[in-house]
Every structure is written in structure tokens, then in C-alpha cells.
Ligand binder design. Structure first.
Ligand SMILES: *Cc1c(COP(=O)(O)O)cnc(C)c1O
Length: 363
């Protein structure tokens, strides 16, 4: 069997280091807001070359807290790709803002920079870019629009830890970025975890305070805050794994290269990287006009696949008010995509078995 992703294999590579770090925490008996958080946020900010970082409870909270820290709310519009994981959109609606959906570019699967300007109104407060599947959004055009219109750029970097655009990493391509450290992400904890990076130290302090009961110092509450913090054990696990992130991303690139060079089945549309360093291959997403047939065939041959995502946000029950809308590129993507297994622990032999099976389908 080739699993879609083995979290056990992923984390067991660092077992000794993780055990030692957790032991230190147990010996000390300090579980929240301590040295582990300080160390990890410092190291993660440095990794992203951002001025600061703070750990929060999960990726959705990271995005939610950024929007809240900027003070965006009812009447404000935030431009966002129509093809994203639901959390991106939920963070916008949770703050009472209006998500303005824009179609993706079918080549990169990221928001189409050419279609953003038409969606801008006097109410536009931010553009939330999503580095989907691990590929950094081409930012050039969006930066130019920002210079012209003055909105904020918020990155949903939940799938793209370490991706590089024009020499700059995600987490440092906009005004603030939300990361998820959900176990299956390129940098994953052992439970729910998230983080915010930003070059705006005022926003950093606000996110910290709002996520800690709105408190800027103990028992002083200046915002009606929430409890959204990263615990010490998760911070320690993430700090161990951060040191291996570039090596893991390099291995993902190698596997993606084998797939891209050797999958020759004419019915398959392969993903492209517009620049090798811009993509960290969180997911290897192919397209096929008979996606379900291909998935069933691979399953019979012991190859697990997934769909990211089977239903676009505007077709979800939670957004029934959008049911009549049509986003043809987004809908086509959701009909055709299939994610093949990709993981730093995958061997070349396993990748070859996937390649052979995909090439044999319908041949
Ligand atoms: C995983 C993910 C999130 C949410 O992160 P959680 O930690 O699961 O809350 C947000 N956006 C995208 C694009 C994601 O993939």
C-alpha cells in the first residue's frame, strides 16, 4: 500500500529530538507561553525573514486574528480566490467582512492577478492571497495594485511554508501571513497549531493580545479577545521540525520532478511550477477528465489519493446564499483535480509505482 501521507513515518524520523524536547518541558512543568514559544516564534520569523511571529491555536485563527487586528469588519470587502480551502473564507466571514471571490489562473491554481483589479471597490480593505497546493502566488501584479489602491495583502500560507518568490519566502510577501501547522502541512505539529508572521509590529502586538484574552499585560484587557495560543509542547515539536523543513521541501521537489518527468499518460494534466523554488509541493495535484475513474483504478492498485477539494466554497451549504453563482474555472478545477501521494518519506521506488500505475491507466 502506498499511503497518501504517513504522519507516523514523518515524525518518527525526528523521534529522539522530539522526545528529548518534550522531556525538558515535563521536567520543567511549564506548558503555555514560555521559552519554547519564544524560541520557535523567533526562529520561524527568522526563517521567513519577517520582523516577527507569534504562535496561535490553528491556521483558521491565524487568519481570523489578522483580519481582526486590522479592524476589518461589516461593510469591508476582502478579495479572495474562489478555489480555496473553506477556512480562508470562514476567517473573512467570521469577522463580518464580505468575501469577494475571484477566479484562479488554471496554470498556477492561485488567484488570477489579472482578474483582481475588476473586483476592487471603495470598500476593498484587503486581498487575501492563498499559496495553494504549496506554490507561492506570483505577487508582482498584486504589489503593483497595492501601490495603486492601498489595500492590505494578507497571505494564507497554510500550504506553503518555505516557498520562495523573487528571493522572498512566504510569510514575508504581504503585510501579514497566517500559517497552519496542522499535522499534515509541510511544517506540521502533533495536533492543531498555527502562527502569524508580519513586518508590522503593531499588528503583531495586536494579534498577540487578542489571542490572549485581549490582554496586553496580565489582567489588563484592552480588547474583547479570545483564547488562541500555541502550547509549549507543539512549539517545541515545530522548532525541531523547522530545522528540517528545507530538506523536506527539497525532497518533495525531487518527487514532484519524477512525477512531472515520467507521467506521460496523455489524459493527465500535470501541475507546473513557474519557478522551481516557488513551489514546495504540499500537494501534487493532477487534473483528469475522469478523475473518479482514475482514483478508483489507483485505489485497486493500493495507491491512496485525495481530492483537494471536491466542492468549491460557493457550493457549500454554509454559503447557500452563493448557490446560484457561477465560477466556471473554479468549478472545472474541483471536478477534475486529484492529489497523488507526495511526502518527504516517500522513496523513489514508491514514486515509480505511482507513475507506472498512472501511465497504465486506460492505456
Ligand atoms: C489547512 C488550511 C487552513 C486552516 O488551517 P487549520 O490549522 O486547519 O485551521 C487554512 N487555509 C488553507 C489554505 C489550509 O490549507
Amino acid at each position: 500500500m502506498i499511503p497518501f501521507l504517513s504522519l507516523k513515518d514523518l515524525n518518527n524520523r525526528f523521534r529522539a529530538e522530539i522526545d528529548a524536547r518534550i522531556k525538558t518541558i515535563l521536567d520543567k512543568g511549564w506548558y503555555l507561553q514560555g521559552e519554547e514559544n519564544e524560541r520557535f516564534s523567533k526562529n520561524f520569523a527568522a526563517y521567513c525573514r519577517a520582523k516577527g511571529a507569534v504562535g496561535v491555536a490553528n491556521g483558521l485563527d491565524a487568519l481570523n486574528l489578522i483580519i481582526r487586528a486590522y479592524g476589518f469588519g461589516p461593510g469591508d470587502e476582502i478579495i479572495v480566490p474562489a478555489n480555496t480551502f473553506i477556512a480562508t473564507i470562514l476567517a473573512i466571514s467570521e469577522n463580518g467582512c464580505t468575501p469577494v471571490l475571484v477566479e484562479p489562473d488554471i496554470e498556477t491554481y492561485c488567484i488570477d492577478p489579472e482578474k483582481i483589479e475588476a473586483a476592487i471597490t471603495p470598500k476593498t480593505k484587503a486581498v487575501m492571497v492563498v499559496h495553494l497546493y504549496g506554490q507561492a502566488v506570483p505577487m508582482e501584479k498584486i504589489w503593483a495594485l497595492q501601490a495603486k489602491y492601498g489595500f492590505k495583502i494578507i497571505e494564507d500560507a497554510a500550504q506553503a511554508h518555505g516557498a520562495i518568490y523573487q528571493g522572498r519566502r512566504t510569510g514575508n510577501l504581504g503585510d501579514a501571513a497566517g500559517f497552519s501547522f496542522y499535522p499534515g502541512k509541510n511544517l506540521g505539529a502533533m495536533g492543531d497549531a498555527g502562527g502569524v508572521t508580519t513586518n508590522d509590529l503593531d499588528i503583531l502586538e495586536k494579534v498577540k493580545a487578542i489571542g490572549n484574552y485581549g490582554s496586553d499585560r496580565k489582567y489588563h484587557h484592552i480588547y474583547k479577545g479570545v483564547n488562541s495560543r500555541l502550547d509549549e509542547i507543539q512549539a517545541a515539536v515545530l522548532d525541531v521540525k523547522l530545522a528540517h523543513l528545507d530538506a523536506d521541501n527539497a525532497r518533495r521537489r525531487e518527487i514532484s520532478k519524477l512525477y512531472r518527468e515520467r507521467i506521460t499518460n496523455p489524459r493527465i494534466i500535470l501541475p507546473k511550477a513557474y519557478d522551481e523554488m516557488a513551489h514546495v509541493w504540499h500537494l501534487f495535484v493532477i487534473r483528469c477528465d475522469d478523475r473518479d475513474g482514475l482514483a478508483a483504478y489507483l485505489k485497486e492498485r493500493g495507491i491512496e489519493t485525495n481530492i483537494h477539494y471536491p466542492m468549491p466554497p460557493h457550493k457549500q451549504g454554509a454559503y447557500a446564499e452563493w448557490a446560484e453563482r457561477s465560477y466556471p474555472i473554479t468549478e472545472k478545477i474541483h471536478r477534475e483535480v486529484l492529489s497523488l501521494p507526495i511526502s518527504p518519506t516517500m522513496t523513489d521506488e514508491e514514486a515509480q509505482r505511482v507513475i507506472d500505475a498512472v501511465n497504465m491507466w486506460n492505456a
